[in-house]
Design a protein. Structure first.
Length: 283
């Protein structure tokens, strides 16, 4: 006699979580591009900046840096997605909620592609994930080709990028990669702290400020004045820029907009100005 199958054919094939709490905008953007934003039941206030179709009808929770278990549990999620930066205390709170957790820690573009694939597999959208990664890589390669031509004709400018101003912190490794793709030379160590004096000594040709949580509100004229950067090459030629925070600091497909903003700042003759890029008003 044939043994009965231990699998019930009535069990649905889609085991993907239908109620997701996203603790970082990067995860929310990825879910949106995968066509899975409807599964997000709670997110951070920063997620509304990158996915304006979300609104206050969604439960607003603290991010991966300051997460609270009670907030997470209030959304009754089947999955929590978190990403850097973390604190030990916030990780403890996330784990305390007792909900399955997908914890991401990207550093490079390769890591970001991997995270997209991982999230896609988790929500049963593997093929969409592949397509999204392929489109990102294609768009990046298109920018690289134009930038390479610009480098041949006008050289590779030195670029200082900062993600925070007090203390001054270099942008992350994925931004350093994007600077190189856009035809620039990234100055310093990604993610490391530095000083105004060290940056002045390096005398970059282009300065990019994209402060976490500041949107496009970095006070360019003030930081030049306060840091004594008036003699810097970038300042003399008015090549000091602010790029909207979410375009460079969100490890997600939004980086494509950040790449175009970088390219326009580094090689303005080869790339058009885009929204989210602001130039210093006066040297």
């Amino acid at each position: 006699m044939r043994a009965a199958s231990c699998f019930n054919s009535a069990v649905p094939e889609d085991y993907g979580p239908t109620r997701i709490v996203s603790l970082q905008p990067s995860a929310t953007v990825i879910l949106d591009r995968l066509g899975m934003l409807h599964r997000v039941v709670a997110c951070t206030k920063w997620c509304l900046d990158v996915c304006p179709q979300l609104d206050n009808r969604h439960i607003i929770v603290a991010d991966s840096w300051s997460a609270k278990s009670a907030e997470i549990l209030a959304a009754r999620p089947a999955l929590v997605i978190a990403s850097v930066p973390y604190r030990m205390e916030s990780l403890a709170e996330i784990l305390k909620a007792g909900v399955p957790l997908l914890a991401l820690a990207p550093k490079t573009l390769h890591d970001i592609y991997r995270d997209i694939a991982l999230i896609a597999a988790t929500v049963n959208a593997t093929e969409r994930g592949r397509q999204l990664i392929a489109q990102m890589q294609s768009d990046i390669e298109s920018v690289r080709q134009i930038a390479d031509q610009a480098v041949q004709s006008s050289g590779r400018p030195s670029v200082f990028c900062e993600e925070w101003g007090k203390p001054i912190i270099h942008s992350q490794a994925w931004v350093a990669e994007l600077v190189e793709i856009a035809g620039g030379e990234f100055i310093g160590s990604p993610g490391a702290q530095t000083t105004a004096e060290v940056v002045l000594t390096a005398d970059p040709q282009v300065v990019i400020a994209a402060w976490c949580g500041a949107g496009d509100r970095v006070p360019l004229e003030k930081i030049v004045r306060d840091r004594g950067w008036q003699a810097m090459m970038a300042v003399k030629h008015s090549r000091v820029y602010c790029i909207r925070d979410e375009l460079l600091n969100t490890p997600a497909p939004t980086l494509l907009q950040g790449l175009h903003a970088l390219a326009a700042a580094i090689h303005p003759d080869a790339f058009p100005h885009i929204a989210g890029l602001r130039r210093i008003a006066t040297p």
